[in-house]
Design a protein around this ligand. Sequence first.
Ligand SMILES: Cc1ncc(COP(=O)(O)O)c(C=O)c1O
Length: 392
Amino acid sequence: MSSQRPATQPDTKPVAVPANPRFSSGPCAKPPTWSLDALSDAALGRSHRAGVGKAKLKAAIDRTAAILGVPAGYKVGIVPASDTGAYEMAMWTMLGERPVEMVAWESFGAGWVTDAVKQLKIDATVHTADYGHIIDMAALNYDHDVCFTWNGTTSGVRMPNGDAIPGDRKGLTICDATSAAFAQDLPWDKLDVTTFSWQKVMGGEAAHGMLILSPRAVERLESYTPAWPLPKIFRLTKGGKLIDGIFVGETINTPSMLAVEDYLVALDWAEAIGGLPALMARADANAQAIFDFCATRDWIANLAVDPATRSNTSVCLRFTDARIVDGVAFAKSVAKRLEAENIALDIGAYRDAPPGLRIWCGATVETSDIAAMLPWLEWAYHAEIAAQVQAA
Ligand SMILES: Cc1ncc(COP(=O)(O)O)c(C=O)c1O
């Protein structure tokens, strides 16, 4: 077994290879059973407003709600422009009614802070933590609106649970759950707005965003008109009433029916393997394989400082070997070696994150592929240390 071979020599390449080397954090690997042929029933060349298209869009909504256990009374909609579209739509339509707390511990959260402070010009209270850390969510004022990212995709730090969020809050919690949905337990009673996209844990195509609203979020939309103008693709109400059609498949503008079909195929797979518990278990097993690997090595560690906050989807790693001279170059070279061997594609850390690796462990990734990849990571690390010594 290659995993038992101590790949401490740069010329000792492991034997086993991952069947699928795709460990990108988005777009993420397709479901293991996926094939292009599975999309042959797509409603292509038809109006998305025709019965067939509308039924598919509604099925995507209903089956998402069922798998995620979204409570009755919540609204689930398909909106333009992926997760960013969904999240900014929420910010632009709901913020400004009361004070706002913005929370960021990595790049995507920081982007929402910029939106609120620089674009909407809201005098928000901003809470930030460095990569690897999380802020104290219990210290926030939940009578204000709170904007945060459940799983920080670029730092691999996630909310361990929603316990810090009070049930009787007066403000809205607006949660970017794009790399958490379908892999982590989302406590719906603590979330008023939840957004995500299809190309993460489900391995869908990038195009549309999902927007999930609690009854209190709907109430906000129907009772509050922001001071700023709203483009058509952000408008969720008409005449002070929620546009209900958006939440039954009547999208604001034209969706890709190919992307919709692809998402339905991913939902088929998710249902067939056992729904949310099975999806979460797959991500957990993938991430655990990496955690175990790191625990027995003194040269690599999880970027997430508190184990309770370690992501089970976007696992971010840093090299801890004191001999490494240039951390950025080293991590890039390791990623490049693994890509050149077709062992792991797209695993370099996000451009704004500390140097290291980011390995996607979402539900569509097979644990056997993670297990086959790890000895190669060890090989690439030793090869790169050797190359550094030689260059010195
Ligand atoms: C946490 C988070 N928020 C937002 C985004 C942006 O998502 P999209 O490209 O779907 O708009 C990403 C993308 O990786 C993400 O991980």
